[in-house]
Design a protein. Structure first.
Length: 381
């Protein structure tokens, strides 16, 4: 990981000699799971660096960059089609994470790989959004549903063999109850910025909001890893940290101060402080002393600090008590413990004919194991 960070910082580290056999393959595996091979390709334009590094590495990075550029062209056209159809139905989604940053902060969109496009919609537009996506040929993936269990749904469309489009539609910014209401669609939409490269209907988060969102997203994966090729990636996935590097380093002083002030107002200073510190550790991101002081100033207790002071069990306790009444707490527990039967049958396809209560007991056992052994649960891409 250190070699990758050094390259992304613009340094020219020497390839270590005498490493274990297959170390180039190991390096590429780590780089791909962290989503940075196209970025590494942009660093290998230095001929002297290419001469000093294994040909297999820079050639693979070049191939990945070309593939991602082609994939981006297809994704761009499809996203424009989706946004236009949603606009006709009076749905105005905000583009989140990599799909937006690719066009606002990266030199070329293909340098920001992503497996899906994340959209944030107003909660009262869920039905209209579902109808539009279904009409466009998308199908909703199976997932845990309910009023509180999940605030997102994944929709997929297979265009041709080997090419599929995936949309993660959110109506709150995070599934964690401690984070879900930190920023609403309405306040983010009021400050959103246009993305003309993706059409007249495309809007992304304003830079300050995008950085706050990136910090919250990272925290959400501290106890729920992001899986790539069945290998769990923590919140320190390098492409996410590089997003934060670009966001923070391009902010004006006023924007940086606004970021720190909002982090305090929304009681997520610990999340933001930890994210910026990790970004600085990897890429040397310059963080002005006044921002460090602002994020370190004592203030009201922050429930979200549980993400860094305990495992998944402590996080779930925090989510449980984030509700204001026992009715909502009970419903949250029930939705997690007893998803719809169709979801359970899809979750355990090998258990065809198994009595449904047995499947719920199996789910309970798996859930307890994940709480006791954090790191098993998470998104798979």
């Amino acid at each position: 990981m250190g070699l990758i960070c050094a390259l992304l910082r613009g340094e020219a580290p020497a390839w270590p000699t005498g490493g274990e056999e297959g170390s180039a393959e190991i390096f590429l595996g780590v780089a791909r799971r962290n989503g940075v091979t196209p970025l590494l390709d942009s660093k290998f334009t230095d001929g002297r660096l290419k001469e000093a590094w294994p040909q297999a590495i820079w050639q693979a990075c070049r191939a990945d960059a070309r593939s991602e550029a082609m994939h981006e062209l297809a994704q761009r056209a499809e996203l424009g089609r989706v946004l236009a159809a949603l606009a006709e139905a009076d749905v105005a989604p905000l583009i989140l994470k990599g799909a937006g940053l690719a066009y606002t902060h990266y030199p070329r969109p293909g340098l920001r790989p992503r497996s899906d496009t994340d959209l944030l919609i107003a909660p009262d537009r869920r039905g209209k959004t579902a109808a539009v996506l279904a009409a466009l040929g998308y199908r909703k993936d199976q997932g845990v549903e309910g009023e509180f269990a999940s605030y997102q749904a994944t929709w997929s469309r297979e265009a041709t063999k080997g090419l599929a489009y995936h949309l993660d539609v959110h109506w709150r910014i995070n599934n964690s109850q401690m984070l879900a209401r930190t920023m609403s669609y309405e306040e983010l939409a009021a400050r959103a910025v246009p993305l003309p490269a993706l059409g007249t209907h495309a809007r992304a988060l304003a830079p300050v909001d995008a950085l706050l969102f990136a910090c919250i997203h990272r925290a959400g994966h501290v106890n729920a890893p992001y899986f790539v090729e069945d290998v769990g990636q923590s919140g320190d996935r390098l492409i996410w940290l590089y997003d934060m590097l670009l966001l923070f380093s391009r902010m004006s002083e006023a924007e940086q101060d606004e970021f720190a002030a909002l982090a305090a107002l929304k009681r997520i200073k610990s999340i933001c402080r930890d994210a910026l510190q990790r970004t600085q550790d990897c890429f040397g991101t310059p963080i002005p002393p006044r921002i460090v002081a602002a994020l370190n100033t004592p203030g009201p207790a922050e429930p979200s600090a549980r993400y860094f002071s305990g495992g998944r069990g402590r996080q779930m306790v925090g989510d449980f008590f984030a509700f204001e009444n026992w009715r909502d707490r009970a419903r949250w527990l029930a939705e997690h413990a007893f998803p719809p039967p169709d979801y359970m049958r899809g979750k355990y396809p090998s258990a065809v004919g198994t009595w449904l209560p047995i499947l719920y007991l199996r789910r309970l056992g798996t859930g307890l194991a994940r709480i006791m052994l954090p790191g098993d649960a998470g998104e798979r891409h």
